[in-house]
Design a protein around this ligand. Structure first.
Ligand SMILES: Cc1ncc(C[n+]2csc(CCOP(=O)(O)OP(=O)(O)O)c2C)c(N)n1
Ligand SMILES: [Mg+2]
Length: 671
């Protein structure tokens, strides 16, 4: 259909959709940057979705039972900003639209969670949104099963582009959603045949519909500019018992000289071409002006959700006070009051038994105690359940047959798992944790970064955290991964040394509200290092004095996780020679850095020789060795400077010099 026909057939729809198109053109032109073509191409689809299907209330953007809308093709941010403005979200003012992409404006280049009410997740890295959406849909299924459809009952809609579908993570997401039969998940594919470099066909000939169908999706098509056809497809999608992908045939930059070309992807700022496009639309208004009849019509669509919201609220308020409080608690991300006593119980028992235990096994013990009292946790692993020790007896398994199950078999999909966990955390009401080998944080990394950027309290259970895993060799032995994780802003990395520290680490992770936690856990057994019970969570301090020097303190050994044992042995040897040695356990650099100067100074006073021991690279350690009152001439590091090797663990530690003997030698060379 040409534009004339589209205009003539649905004149009111056309003008509402053109409000999105023209706001996009004007905002991108004002910023002189951005992406015009995608919002112009998908304006009709989005208009039908927001008008007729999406259940939302601009006056209550966080209403828990709203439908979720995810703009996976985040470069088309002006699509969602326009919709939020038009439908009446209070903080999306016209000024914000005029200041698109400017300092201090909420209209960031790509949609960012936490900046804009109505933006459900940060998108821009292509593929993440569609993969987040799988987590949203899983959270909805789980909560609906547990709370009933009166309280939780909604859809997750995604707009994804060719780029999202080309990214590898989309395959993991599609396969997972298909297996889980997430029928409330509806993906609208912007099938415009164009990406930045040109036609999609220069790089891809995939039959996308067949691809989704191969993973057991319901696959539909529509003319992405025909509102009736779009509506028909959405109605059919909602009736399906499987996730649905609707291939929406669209024209990128519809009505502009750049239509159907890769030029249309980016910023269309040529004044004459903009004017011509607006003329073709029949849009005769100054820049940024949406005539009041069109704005009012849009606001009426926005007001549609208030009734559903009010009815939902009445249903929630019909629940017992205790249930309402519990619902509020899980959506606020507050740990249950019982968590602290459960953690204390594990710690006390640990100090009595002093078990020799791998910290991955310690983690399982903690989870076995925590999961029954913290029923919002949803655990999982990327096909390493028995190795990551992430499954506890009470969880059940999340499947199409058992939506109450709280354990997810993610399959060998680290990236998809991490993205889904972000989606679950964003949905709210559940607290996801998931495991893989520490080395494969690389495979999950793009989503781990977004956990941090969005401030989501996702817990990454990363086991086999060093050469200590032994025979699997250097492909599986992380050496740089602690440094990479620590280098990520707003990420807490914790490498506990024994069961007590592991319990404290989980308490930190499960009470975090705006920070993801990476738990680095050992494969190999470790001795208990905490001999006396204290109620205080010492891991939360980041570092603390584990063993004090007897006599004059000449040396401070700082170690994490499995190397605390080595530090204690080295201390014993040094003390035997009359060299007073303190051992500092430093499970988390970030948490220690957050302590006040006075505390840090008590733990790391100036003067003594300092040697850090960690079976990883040195990067990240120099602050604690050279800074914080340390001195280059009195500092040493015992760790890894290369990749590992394949051999039994004892041999590896010896060959790479991560031993008590070598630590003593390094200390002596510095004294
Ligand atoms: C992971 C990732 N790689 C690259 C980019 C840069 N990028 C932004 S949009 C885009 C092309 C996307 O094509 P498509 O999804 O078809 O969007 P359209 O051109 O149709 O708007 C690229 C490569 C990105 N945002 N994220
Ligand atoms: Mg495209």
């Amino acid at each position: 259909m040409d534009i004339e026909t589209l205009r003539a057939r649905h004149p009111d729809h056309w003008m509402r959709a053109c409000a999105i198109r023209t706001l996009t053109l004007d905002a991108v032109a004002a910023a002189n940057s951005g992406h015009s073509g995608m919002p112009m191409g998908m304006a009709d689809v989005a208009t039908v979705l927001f008008e007729k299907h999406l259940n939302f209330d601009p006056a209550a953007p966080r209403w828990p039972n709203r439908d979720r809308f995810i703009l996976s093709a985040g470069h088309g941010s002006m699509l969602i900003y326009s919709l939020l403005y038009l439908t009446g979200y209070a903080d999306m003012t016209l000024d914000q639209i005029k200041n698109f992409r400017q300092w201090g404006a909420i209209t960031a280049g790509h949609p960012e969670f936490g900046h804009v009410a109505g933006v459900e997740t940060t998108t821009g890295p292509l593929g993440q949104g569609i993969a987040n959406a799988v987590g949203f849909a899983m959270a909805e299924e789980n909560l609906r099963a547990r709370w009933g459809a009166k309280i939780v009952d909604h859809h997750t809609y995604v707009i994804a582009g060719d780029g999202c579908l080309m990214e590898g993570v989309s395959q993991e997401a599609i396969a997972l959603a298909g297996k889980q039969q997430l029928s409330r998940l509806i993906v609208l594919w912007d099938d415009n045949g164009i990406t930045i470099d040109g036609k999609v066909s220069i790089a891809d000939v995939t039959d996308q519909k067949a691809r989704f169908a191969a993973s057991s999706w319901n696959v539909l098509s529509c003319d992405g500019h025909d509102p009736e056809d779009i509506d028909r497809a959405l109605v059919a999608a909602k009736a399906s018992d499987r996730p649905t992908m609707i291939a929406c045939k669209t024209h990128i930059a519809l009505g502009h000289a750049a239509q159907d070309t890769s030029k249309g992807h980016g910023a269309l700022t040529d004044a004459a071409q903009m004017a011509a496009a607006k003329a073709a639309y029949g849009w005769d208004h100054p820049a940024f002006v949406v005539p009041s009849d069109i704005k009012t019509a849009w606001e009426a669509k926005g007001a549609r959700g208030a009734k559903a919201h009010a009815e939902w609220k009445a249903r929630l308020e019909a629940l017992s006070a205790a249930k309402q409080a519990e619902f509020a608690r899980i959506f606020a991300g507050e740990a249950p009051a019982k968590l602290a006593s459960v953690i204390r119980g594990v710690k006390k028992a640990a100090v009595e038994a002093m078990p020799k235990l791998a910290t991955r096994a310690a983690s399982e013990k903690v989870l076995a105690a925590v999961n029954p009292v913290m029923t919002e946790t949803i655990g999982g692993s990327a096909d390493l359940t028995g190795s990551n020790n992430t499954k506890t007896a009470d969880l059940g398994v999340f499947t199409p047959e058992d939506r109450k199950g709280r354990y997810v078999y993610y399959g060998i999909r680290e990236h998809g798992m991490a993205a889904a966990m972000n989606g679950m955390a964003l949905h709210g009401g559940v607290r996801p944790y998931g495991g893989t080998f520490m080395c494969f944080t690389d495979y999950a990394r793009p989503s781990m970064r977004l956990s941090a950027l969005m401030g989501l309290p996702v817990v990454y259970v990363m086991t086999h955290d060093s050469i200590g895993l032994g025979e699997d060799g250097p492909t599986h032995q992380p050496v740089e991964h602690l440094a990479i994780s620590r280098s990520t802003p707003n990420t807490v990395v914790i490498r506990p040394a024994d069961l007590v520290e592991t319990a404290e680490a989980w308490e930190v992770a499960l009470t975090a509200k705006t920070t993801p936690t990476v738990l680095a856990l050992s494969r190999q057994n470790l001795p208990a290092v905490r001999k006396a019970h204290v109620n205080q969570n010492l891991v939360a301090k980041g570092a603390y004095v584990l063993e004090e020097a007897t006599g004059k303190r000449q040396v401070i050994l700082i170690a994490t996780g499995s190397e605390v044992e080595i530090a204690l042995k080295a201390r014993a040897a040094l003390e035997a020679e009359g060299i007073g040695t303190r051992v500092v356990s430093m499970p988390s650099m970030e948490l220690f850095a957050a302590q006040d100067e006075a505390y840090r100074k008590r733990v790391l006073p100036g003067g003594p020789v300092r040697v850090a021991i960690e079976a990883g690279v040195r990067q990240g350690w120099d602050r604690w060795l050279l800074g914080e009152r340390g001195k280059e001439t009195k500092a040493g590091f015992v760790g890894m400077a290369s990749f590992g090797a394949s051999a039994p663990m004892e041999r590896l530690y010896k060959e790479f010099g991560i031993t008590a003997e070598n630590t003593v030698a390094v200390v002596k060379s510095l004294l």
